[in-house]
Design a protein around this ligand. Structure first.
Ligand SMILES: [Zn+2]
Length: 74
């Protein structure tokens, strides 16, 4: 009867924001999980779209279709 410690019903899940590294909650209270804020989420998404979606250095070679003038035969 001497114990006054209450255990929390649920420990909030804490993780690090993948963007800025600050601790952030992973439960429903955090709408931007796993990020710490909307800003970090948007930044990360922007990074993803601009960086990893585009494949740099991949260009189609020129096709030999630029000389089609000879088709004007009437
Ligand atoms: Zn963050």
């Amino acid at each position: 009867m001497s114990s006054n410690a209450r255990e929390p019903a649920q420990k909030p899940r804490i993780a690090r924001c993948p963007r800025c590294g600050s601790s952030t909650r992973l439960d429903a209270a955090n709408a931007w999980r796993p990020f710490c804020s909307e800003r970090c989420k948007l930044i990360d998404l922007g990074d993803w779209f601009s960086g990893r979606y585009a494949i740099p250095g991949e260009r189609l070679p020129d096709e030999e279709s630029s000389e089609k003038d000879s088709s004007l035969d009437q």
